[in-house]
Design a protein around this ligand. Structure first.
Ligand code: ADP
Ligand code: MG
Length: 340
């Protein structure tokens, strides 16, 4: 039986639909939700958590339609971890205990559960630390422990590792892989390696519609975004966002600030042997580090500080007589840099 059944679900904000006619049954297997910013991921997860209600359509949880009468029960069985965790003023222990205390769990059991939960996220010695003073990665691990201590049927994570360093991302991902054996895990993320590791089924949202779904290893929307994804800090100057990714600056016409992820399609990048006069705002020089051919199309990896994969035809490849280890330039327009 499905845990969630969603039929004809619409969610509007001030008359504007953020989700349009969503239909999906979610079983016990971990689900990944991917899609660009604004595509409706958070709205969908909040509806599953009982934190938002649909404007139209039906949502069932364990075979029962979610109505105001059962909303409280849904919220007790489903926990959600957000991108930026909020903590009570107090220690990690206070924060982890809170949900158990309001459920009437005994002091002794709370003590045991807090210790197990801290173990799980490798923060054994952090019980008496002040939660709000921890690093971002530690806070997110506490937030995960706080969600799991309630032993929920469903664990939802909304871009929960987006702002974290690779060590914390990998630690949390490992925990989620284990947890997905014990309960339904639904994760929205831009991290496609993470979604492949955790999710058995992935839905791709575009403007509030599921436009593709399936096995994450086979999904075109996953594969299409696997190459040329960069994360960096963006500031806007003269209407163009300058995104600092490692040692390079990628310019995008979307006015974005803060930490963001970007994608450039391999077919939108131009290769040239030298510098070219171009209106394209991005031009870099680097070395060819890889050449792979698939069905008459050549994918070339070029390391300019970050590695870019460029797609060209076999014919252009031959005409340009490109070789591994050679220096080349790549250029692409600011409008070809797509925020994820
Ligand atoms: P995502 O999580 O994929 O970035 P969201 O679910 O946050 O997408 O948003 C989907 C759409 O709904 C966006 O167009 C967003 O601007 C809009 N939206 C989200 N929350 C609100 C809100 N509280 N009020 C008005 N519009 C909102
Ligand atoms: Mg969101």
């Amino acid at each position: 039986m499905s845990i969630f059944e969603i039929k004809g679900l619409v969610r509007e904000y001030d008359g504007e639909p953020a989700l349009k006619n969503i239909n999906i049954n979610i079983g016990a297997q971990a689900l990944g939700v991917i899609g660009k910013s604004g595509s409706g991921k958070t709205t969908l997860l909040k509806i599953l958590a009982g934190l938002l209600t649909p404007s139209q359509g039906k949502l069932s949880f364990n075979g029962t339609e979610v109505t105001p009468a059962v909303l409280l029960d849904l919220r007790r069985r489903v926990t959600m971890v957000f991108q930026t965790p909020q903590f009570l003023n107090g220690t990690v222990r206070t924060n982890l205990s809170y949900g158990l205390r309001i459920r009437g769990v005994s002091d002794e059991e709370i003590k045991r559960k807090v210790s197990d939960a801290l173990d799980l996220v490798s923060l054994e010695a952090y019980g008496e630390r002040y939660a709000r003073n921890l690093s971002g990665g530690e806070q997110q691990r506490v937030a995960l422990a706080r969600a799991l201590i309630l032993d929920p049927e469903v664990l939802l994570l909304d871009e929960a590792t987006s702002n974290l360093d690779p060590v914390n991302v990998s630690l949390i991902t490992d925990i989620l892989v284990q947890e997905s054996e014990k309960r339904l895990v639904v994760i929205s993320t831009h991290d496609l390696d993470q979604v492949k590791r955790i999710a058995k089924h992935v839905i791709f949202l575009e403007e509030g519609i599921i436009t593709e779904q399936g096995d994450p290893y086979k999904l075109d929307s996953v594969n299409r975004f696997t190459e040329n994804v960069y994360t960096g800090i963006s500031n806007v100057e003269k209407g163009v966002s300058q995104v600092h990714v490692g040692d390079i600056i990628i310019r995008t016409s979307s006015p974005l600030t803060g930490r963001i992820s970007l994608h450039v399609r391999p077919q939108d990048i131009i290769i040239s042997k030298g510098w070219i006069e171009t209106s394209a705002r991005n031009q870099f020089r680097g070395l060819i580090t890889g050449v792979n051919e698939r069905d008459g199309i050549v994918m070339i990896d070029i390391d300019v500080g970050e590695v870019f994969t460029v797609q060209i035809t076999r014919r252009s490849f031959n005409e340009m007589s490109l070789k591994l280890g050679e220096p080349v330039n790549i250029s692409f327009k600011a409008s070809s840099v797509l925020p994820l």
